[in-house]
Design a protein around this ligand. Structure first.
Ligand SMILES: Cc1cc2nc3c(=O)[nH]c(=O)nc-3n(C[C@H](O)[C@H](O)[C@H](O)COP(=O)(O)OP(=O)(O)OC[C@H]3O[C@@H](n4cnc5c(N)ncnc54)[C@H](O)[C@@H]3O)c2cc1C
Length: 420
């Protein structure tokens, strides 16, 4: 816990991170690895976030993101729960046309590399909780609600729900899509709600998945079947992300496991034999959000608090991890030069680095969802021809594959697999 004096104030740290989710937790560890004293605040205790019922999703962790996780020591905590993605098959509904990405086509320096790994969020959260609690220069303050941001110089202050006040030269908000601190920093955001929800569950099946990630575009939205590690008893498992029209999802959630399994089978067919639901089902409303600015005086936004995207391409967390790598690098580099790491000049370098990549991915995911989540005949024909054309262009395919792996552009050191 942060040291608090009798006046309810805390000793200043080098940085305060609000939000101990997968992005905020990773940032706290990265900054700590770079030598900063960090206070991490979350309204939920970390062990509660690591409980199985808290988050039923599994994330596609891109190839470059894995290198960041390895650098901060998190990969060795989650490796046992990570299944490599070797093959991606995209199809348009019942159409027989496929877009097929095979990791063996990558070649060059990426020869033999998987596109990424499917990792259960529960495993990531458990790994983060263990490392954060053990990190000597991270103080976890949870449960504690961040309530008020007070800009200031040379430190900004953060008031917590229990009246305590924390202070640091930099406060980073990793407090998710609904970010309270974004509003308090008077940063507006463009946002809308998709008319879809994402239903998530784990399925067991008789046939192995062979490392294939399937993305099937249906009229209601994409239906993804993502390869997971086998259960300890040898059951083959996959994670389902089923995008459905929002008005229908409450009824879907209430179906019996048998009826729900039959609906999945109708959408996915017999690729893996009989499908059965393992454990619970989760429903997530889908949103798009982009903050007008990522930074302010002694303040920065990262992850979903800065940008929230449709899960169609499994990239939201990966964008957040790229924010972490870029922000940690500009901060640590400036501190090494004896500069003020909370200054606007430092933080603006982070924003300039990250905004174009985030904006591009947001436009691509939003466009793909609009293009594919409908059943209009001519649109369908055009997109099927598009899929078939891309499938015959090895150069373009290779570029798409490298984007999915997060290896395109000027990468921060952590994403290149180098120390900070
Ligand atoms: C169905 C679905 C599937 C997805 N699949 C993928 C995928 O395969 N790959 C991928 O890259 N991404 C995926 N994503 C996106 C990814 O899950 C998110 O981008 C990521 O979880 C965002 O993490 P975050 O830490 O930024 O935010 P959050 O997880 O929202 O964390 C915010 C944290 O802040 C805390 N908090 C909030 N307000 C306060 C406050 N006032 N005081 C204290 N604490 C506070 C909360 O308790 C929480 O712990 C998916 C998303 C969905 C919906």
């Amino acid at each position: 816990m942060a040291a608090r004096g009798s006046n309810g104030r805390s000793d200043p740290a080098d940085a305060i991170v609000v939000g101990g989710g997968m992005v905020g937790g990773t940032l706290a560890l990265a900054l700590a690895a770079g030598g900063l004293a960090v206070i991490l605040v979350d309204r939920t205790p970390l062990p509660a976030m690591a409980a199985a019922a808290y988050d039923g999703r599994a994330s596609a962790v891109a190839y470059a993101s894995q290198r960041l996780l390895a650098q901060i020591g998190l990969w060795r905590e989650v490796e046992h729960a990570a299944e490599p993605i070797l093959d991606i098959r995209v199809s348009d509904g019942a159409s027989s046309l496929f877009l097929h990405y095979d990791h063996r086509e990558l070649g060059g320096t990426l020869e033999g590399a998987p596109f990424g790994w499917i990792v259960e969020n529960g495993a990531i959260r458990r790994g983060l909780a263990a490392l954060l609690e053990a990190a000597p220069n991270v103080q976890v303050v949870a449960p504690a609600r961040a309530e008020r941001l007070e800009p200031g110089d040379p430190v900004a202050e953060l008031a917590l729900g229990d009246g305590a006040v924390l202070a640091a030269p930099l406060i980073v908000a990793a407090d998710g899509t609904e970010s309270l601190l974004r509003g308090q920093a008077r940063i507006a955001a463009a946002q809308w709600r998709y008319p879809q929800d994402g239903i998530v569950c784990t399925i067991g099946h008789d046939e192995p998945h062979d490392g294939i990630a399937h993305e099937r575009f249906l009229a209601a939205g994409p239906f993804a079947v993502l390869p997971m590690t086998d259960a300890p008893d040898g059951t083959h498992r996959s994670s389902i992300v089923w995008t459905e029209r929002a008005p229908y999802t409450p009824a879907m959630m209430k179906l019996s496991d048998a009826a729900f399994g039959a609906e999945m089978q109708r959408r996915f067919g017999d690729w893996y034999g009989a499908l059965r639901v393992l454990g619970g089902r989760w429903r997530y409303p889908l949103r798009m959000l982009h903050a007008e600015r990522y930074v302010g005086p002694r303040f920065a936004l990262v992850g979903d608090a800065a940008h929230t995207i449709h899960p169609i391409a499994g990239q939201g967390l990966n964008l957040g991890l790229r924010d972490v790598a870029a922000l940690a690098e500009v901060i640590v580099d400036d501190r090494r030069l004896g500069l003020d790491h909370g200054s606007l000049a430092t933080l603006e370098r982070y924003e300039r680095w990250r905004r174009p990549d985030n904006a591009t991915l947001m436009a691509v995911t939003d466009g793909l969802n609009r293009l594919f989540s409908n059943d209009v005949g001519p649109v369908r024909l055009a997109r099927d021809l598009g899929l078939a054309a891309v499938d015959r262009m090895p150069g373009l395919k290779r570029l798409f594959m490298q984007h999915a792996m997060g290896t395109v552009g000027t990468l921060p050191r952590l994403l290149r697999g180098e120390a900070l």
